[in-house]
Design a protein around this ligand. Structure first.
Ligand code: 6PG
Length: 248
């Protein structure tokens, strides 16, 4: 269980948060390429990560990394066709992947079979086991990006869903009642094994969750608190989410 907010960085607004996150991602990419010749990253959906992707693809940043060494995965996905407006893959493609030279075979969308969430999850777990080196039986991604919902969800680990109790599968299907939709998500064991978790949190809607976590010696019921990272965890947040009011 997470207690408190280790390694918290507060920025004036969502744009400066995205810049700091871009610099962190590029630095971690450089470090992992140097150490292992490749960089494995899981992308998140949501508005805050989208700003980061757009920056990484911008003229200012896009020449600062060796994209040919990137291997791109996803933390969660909605069970929709890949060109659907709700698809995280489509969002990541439009904001980043279509604009940088990552070899096609190194980009791994999560849901190839939206009509069968269980099969999609099994396929993706098999793919992760093939593509990513494991420690103690669990593939270890270099970096997992995570957004945070106002209900404390990360990836598609939503409050009250059975996936929160999943310990055997590394990728699982989840039906989210509130959204009346199926999703596929990495589970806690896969997230916890990552070398680095980078949480991107912007906007006052998240203030309550961060305030709850900051004081947390007791369970809050927020799914994010169920993380037990074996690697590093880092929070990049803006002032509004941190409860410090509007940008100064
Ligand atoms: C998704 C996500 C989800 C998201 C959060 C935060 O597919 O919706 O991966 O976990 O990251 O809901 O989203 P915002 O950054 O838009 O608030």
């Amino acid at each position: 269980m997470l207690t408190g907010l280790d390694n918290l960085h507060v920025h004036a607004d969502a744009q400066s948060l995205a810049r700091a996150a871009a610099e962190r991602v590029l630095s971690l990419a450089g470090h992992n390429v140097e150490a292992a010749g490749r960089f494995t990253i899981a992308l998140a959906g949501g508005q805050t990560p989208r700003q980061l992707y757009a920056l990484l693809a911008s003229r200012e940043y896009r020449d600062l990394t060796d994209w040919s060494r990137w291997h791109v995965f996803f933390g969660d996905e909605r069970c929709v066709p890949q060109d659907h407006a709700d698809s995280n893959y489509r969002m990541a493609r439009e904001a980043l992947l279509d604009h940088v030279p990552i070899p096609r075979g190194q980009v791994h969308p999560m849901v190839e079979r939206p009509e069968d969430p269980d099969a999609a999850a099994r396929d993706y777990e098999a793919l992760l086991r093939r593509e990513v080196e494991a420690q103690d039986g669990v593939p270890v991604l270099d970096l997992v990006l995570l957004g945070l919902g106002p209900d404390g969800h990360i990836a598609s680990l939503f409050p009250g869903t059975s996936i929160l109790a999943e310990r055997a599968r590394l990728v699982a299907p989840v039906y989210v009642e509130r959204l009346a939709s199926w999703r596929v998500s990495l589970t806690y064991p896969m997230l916890d094994a990552a070398r680095h978790l980078l949480l991107l949190v912007a906007g006052e809607a998240k203030e309550g969750v961060l305030a709850g976590l900051r004081e947390a010696d007791t369970p809050t019921g927020y799914p994010v608190q169920g993380l037990a990272p074996q690697g590093a965890i880092e929070w990049q947040v803006d002032r509004a989410a941190a409860g410090m009011g509007p940008p100064t």
